[in-house]
Design a protein around this ligand. Structure first.
Ligand code: ADP
Ligand code: MG
Length: 366
């Protein structure tokens, strides 16, 4: 090697080292937080990516942003889109092929509905529309005609009326109208979290109005998430989420129909056709957003008497319920994780053990 060649090599190596060093400086900005907010599924979805390279974080959140917008459009309960086309076909007694992600979501919805004993049932879109919840703003004016509610109650549209042939979906009951509002957010956040992880993101939180999925930890600490107090501005407590955990809350304090001081929640009991009354807020800590979201809705319907049995059947262990009197009911798995807000819990906390149940055998078919 000539002396000139050696000098060039040394310069190149030096340059390489300098680049590596720069690379190390860029990657080692552990406090860097990339934040984005989107409006989808009727709520603000906040994406926080922690400790990643800025360009990578921006690309990953743009990708999941596009996916969330697509799901919002394809799964919308009352605006034109793929779900609307399927609903029109089902109402006309016809089957229709849908994209594989929607078919998979509907299969999972049918299984979760079965496990909940029909308390969670995305086939009740007509009832939800009748109660005025197929709009971006809360319903006002008169309550629906009880006779019309009764007609739908007796028609009993159920997810178990759906028939699948690959991605082709039909219904044996033409009153089935799909409304995925009870678990679409969970499914969308699960898919978004999986996409972020596939893009190499090691630490992130996805928050859709208090429904949260986390990836990894927030640096050395776990991600800490608060549960809103359903009665006053503030929180009932907080939970430190382990990597991959989710926390979902359903309540009647955000979207409701108010008449003469009575609140009619946007969660409807498929068996009566009327909104739930007893339960004000239900939180589920789990490893699947889809299941936690569906379970939170199902447990609100189950009410004070049945929720432990429904939680066990759906396979969720950590549940917090708050009833209209402000009493907190927590399963042992939830009580072990729930940390009180500053001045303690806002109401008495009762621990409720779940029964030992296996999943209802009739749901094995789904
Ligand atoms: P939030 O949207 O506040 O998180 P939920 O997850 O409980 O609350 O979803 C409520 C939505 O679920 C309603 O707006 C409606 O679209 C749908 N829904 C209402 N009742 C039921 C039910 N019994 N089963 C399945 N979906 C329901
Ligand atoms: Mg839900």
């Amino acid at each position: 090697m000539t002396p000139l060649a050696v000098r060039r090599l040394v310069i190149l190596l030096g340059l390489g080292l300098a680049l590596l060093y720069f690379g190390a400086v860029r990657a080692a900005q552990p406090d860097r937080e990339h934040r984005e907010t989107l409006y989808v599924f009727g709520t603000l979805v906040e994406i926080v990516i922690f400790g990643a390279d800025e360009a990578e974080a921006r690309a990953a959140s743009a990708e999941i942003g596009r996916a969330l917008q697509r799901q919002h459009r394809d799964w919308h309960a009352w605006q034109p889109g793929a779900l609307g086309d399927l609903n029109a076909a089902l109402a006309a007694g016809r089957g229709r092929a849908v994209a594989p992600p929607l078919a998979a979501l509907l299969r999972e919805g049918r299984r979760l509905s079965c496990l909940s004993g029909g308390r969670f049932d995305p086939a009740i879109g007509r009832l939800i529309g009748l109660w005025g919840f197929h709009a971006d703003t809360p319903p006002e004016g008169a309550l629906p005609d009880p006779a019309a509610i009764d007609v739908l109650r007796r028609a009993a549209p159920r997810m178990t009326d759906l028939r699948f042939d690959g991605d082709r979906i039909a219904s044996v009951n033409p009153t089935v109208q799909l409304d995925l509002g009870g678990f679409a957010k969970g499914a969308a956040l699960d898919a978004a979290a999986a996409a972020l992880e596939a893009a190499g993101i090691a630490s992130a939180v996805l928050n859709a109005g208090g429904d949260v999925n986390v990836i990894g930890r927030h640096g050395a600490r776990p991600w800490r998430v608060a549960i809103r107090d359903p009665f006053v501005w503030g929180t009932v407590g907080a939970i430190s989420l382990e990597p991959g955990e989710v926390l979902y809350t359903s309540g009647n304090y955000e979207r409701f129909f108010e008449q003469n001081g009575a609140r009619f929640a946007h969660i409807i009991d498929p068996r009566s056709g009327w909104p739930v009354r007893e339960i004000v807020s239900v939180s589920v800590l789990d490893s699947s957003g889809t299941r936690a979201d569906a379970a939170a809705t199902a447990l609100a319907v189950a009410g004070r008497a049945d929720w432990p049995q429904v939680a066990a059947a759906m396979g969720v262990a950590a549940v917090l319920m708050i009833d209209a009197e402000g009493t907190l009911y927590a399963t042992p798995a939830m009580a072990a994780r729930l940390e009180p807000a500053g001045g303690g819990f806002p109401g008495p906390l009762r621990e409720v053990a779940l029964p030992h149940l296996s999943a209802p055998p009739e749901c094995d078919a789904y």
